[in-house]
Design a protein around this ligand. Structure first.
Ligand code: NAP
Length: 302
């Protein structure tokens, strides 16, 4: 029996582990893949207090080591189901069934796909969802980035220093991401913009060779590219909790700033909950809040 089981070892989950351990609670963190969550794809964090200019991977590694040093047990198993038995909550993985007094769901989100034919089969052969992971393969080549949020803007900026040219394709005429980043993109001579346009087809032989782009008037352009980086947002990873936990229409856990879900003793933190601002700083803040609320909940049990 753990005091608190945290599902997800991204910034929200690991911060929750730090707070829970500092409150002397026993903590299990379950992670399906690798620690760090989405932030490990960010080459250079510039908007987190004090930690200006640190890579997302280094940031995540420091938080992971901090949580471990404080005594959090971190196990790499995917939580496939949760059960609520009142004062006991169970988390089921392929290998084990773990019991805790309180749960924190901090599973973040996964890449949204464009839904194009061949999109899946071309991953690793011209299609990528992670510029920092795969950008180096496109040194001196022609690439395109699709999306208009901060991820797409930062991907385009990062790739501009590696690739011969970067075409940034966005379905509207203005970006959702930060204006400061847009201004920096416009200073790069090798970045080209295609507004009001969607990628409508992937052309490939063994690898991606070109993409078809259709503008809002229906005009189609074929663009020869070696790589396409898709950055069109994220989908919350809450499917395994949907039977118990109230989600909104988009699949986010319905929770306010106190990180309470609809069930007592089950809390949420980070990008998988309903919120206005999804940033590293709000994810870590959620981790602190959720852990503090879980500690209060456990205290009230005795
Ligand atoms: P996002 O902000 O949700 O942006 C997704 C973009 O993809 C939007 O521009 C959207 O267009 C476009 N899009 C969605 N579906 C599409 C489709 N089927 N076809 C074409 N375009 C599509 O996602 P994100 O950029 O991944 O960012 C997620 C969150 O993380 C945001 O809150 C972001 O601010 C944050 N983030 C922060 C940083 C940072 O602070 N350094 C870095 C990365 C991400 P519309 O604009 O038309 O909806």
């Amino acid at each position: 029996m753990f005091d608190i089981i945290i599902i997800g070892a991204g910034p929200a989950g690991l911060t929750a582990a730090i707070y829970a351990r500092r409150a002397a609670k026993s903590v299990l963190v379950l992670e399906a893949t690798a620690y760090g969550g989405q932030i490990i794809n960010t080459p250079d964090i510039e908007n987190y207090p004090v930690a200006a200019h640190i890579s997302g991977f280094d940031f995540a590694t420091k938080v992971y080591e901090q949580a471990k040093a404080l005594g959090a047990e971190i196990v790499f198993e995917k939580a496939v189901e949760i059960e609520d038995h009142g004062t006991e909550k169970a988390v089921i993985t392929a290998k084990n069934r773990y019991i805790g007094k309180a749960l924190i769901l901090a599973t973040g989100s996964e890449n949204r796909k464009l839904g194009l034919e061949k999109e899946d089969s071309l991953v690793g052969r011209g299609v990528s969802y992670c510029a920092t992971c795969d950008g180096a393969f496109y040194r001196g080549k022609k690439v395109a980035v699709v999306g208009g949020g901060n991820t797409a803007l930062e991907d385009a900026l990062y790739l501009a220093d590696l690739a011969e040219s970067v075409t940034l394709i966005h379905r509207r005429d203005s970006f959702r991401g930060e204006e400061g980043t847009v201004a920096r993109l416009k200073e790069k001579p090798n970045i080209h913009f295609m507004y009001n346009s969607n990628v409508t087809k992937l052309l490939a032989e063994k690898r991606l060779t070109a993409i078809e782009v259709t503008d809002r008037n229906g005009a189609v352009t074929e663009l020869a590219v070696d790589g396409l980086f898709i950055a069109v947002g994220r989908i919350p990873e809450n499917q395994n909790f949907a039977a118990l936990i109230r989600l909104d229409e988009a699949g986010y856990i319905q929770a306010g700033e106190n990180c309470h879900t609809n069930l007592p003793g089950i809390f949420t933190a980070g990008d998988n909950r309903t919120k206005e601002v999804r940033q590293l700083v709000t994810a870590t803040a959620d981790g602190a809040v959720a852990a503090t609320e879980a500690v209060k909940y456990i205290a009230a049990l005795s």
